[in-house]
Write a protein that binds this ligand. Structure first.
Ligand code: ADP
Length: 277
């Protein structure tokens, strides 16, 4: 292997040609190979994720078999029914996230994502929802530039905000602080979520946006994570030509920053009615 062919998959084809000659066709199929592996991994991970809640459901449903019923009076059913509901909710979130991801990937990048979005009010909505989820366990601070809007897709931008803010809550112990900001940064606009949570080890950072990659599997599952949130964020950002930056320190906290390019940033004048609340 030369530096040119190292880590590459080549396909070679020899075709008889003219008088005793051979034509050698060399094709670089590394990208096709990489996509094939990614697809196979996704199907295998997704099946595995769905199998766990299905096994639990199946176990409880077996208890409903006529011969088992006598041994389990109705009063003993409350806990199993709750657990069956939890597992169903988990499968539902997983399937919803998988559909979101598939839709984002199918989208022609950025073409239709040109609506003028009132980001400050979208953000207030997201913060209110996540605050409810945190049940008063966290302190929220928001620094939002009120006239800063974005050309983009509402569904995609909401996915970015919701996933990052709810991750901050899920990976921060009660009593922690979640800081959300939306501000101009030079020509760009920066959306950031900083938490005082568990943090992420340096070795995990590069792989965090891979589908189903988790730094802490047990904690992610227990907190209702599907393992797809950051992949969704990554794809939604790509469809806005935006960049993700993650800064984190174990035990101290994490900051997720999203940079939207200047072409998508709009600062409204006072006369523009869209910002009136
Ligand atoms: P999950 O559903 O598991 O949260 P994500 O794709 O949203 O999936 O995140 C991937 C992994 O990144 C998580 O399992 C967790 O280990 C880590 N992570 C994400 N956000 C944070 C955060 N704010 N603080 C610490 N770890 C985080």
């Amino acid at each position: 292997p030369s530096p040119l062919t190292r880590d590459r998959t080549l396909s070679l084809q020899i075709i008889p040609y003219g008088n005793n000659q051979r034509l050698l066709i060399v094709r670089d199929v590394s990208e096709i190979k990489r996509l094939e592996t990614a697809r196979r991994d996704f199907v295998s991970n997704a099946s595995h994720e769905l199998r766990t809640p299905l096994t639990v459901l199946r176990g409880y449903l077996d208890m409903l078999e006529p011969e088992a019923q006598g041994k389990n009076p109705l009063s003993e059913w409350r806990a199993p029914l709750m657990e069956m509901k939890n597992q169903t909710v988990r499968m539902e979130s997983l399937v919803n996230d998988m559909l979101k991801l598939a839709r984002l990937e199918a989208h022609a990048h950025g073409q239709t994502l040109q609506d003028l979005l009132d980001v400050p009010s979208l953000l207030r909505r997201v913060i209110d929802e996540v605050k409810a989820m945190s049940q008063g366990n966290h302190t929220f601070e928001a620094r939002i530039q009120p006239d800063l809007c974005l050309l983009g897709g509402e569904t995609e931008v909401l996915s970015i905000f919701t996933n990052l803010v709810s991750n901050a809550v899920r990976y921060t112990a009660p009593g922690g602080v979640i800081r959300v900001s939306w501000e101009r940064d030079g020509e760009q606009a920066r959306f950031a979520v900083a938490d005082t949570g568990i943090g992420i080890a340096a070795k995990d950072l590069p792989r965090l946006t891979e589908r189903f990659y988790r730094a802490d599997v047990g904690r992610s599952r227990a907190s209702g994570g599907t393992g797809l949130g950051l992949s969704i964020v990554k794809h939604a950002l790509e469809s806005h030509q935006a960049q993700l930056q993650i800064d984190s320190e174990l035990g101290v906290g994490s900051t997720f920053s999203c940079y939207f390019p200047g072409e998508r940033v709009r600062v409204l004048t006072e006369a523009a009615p869209v910002m009136q609340k």
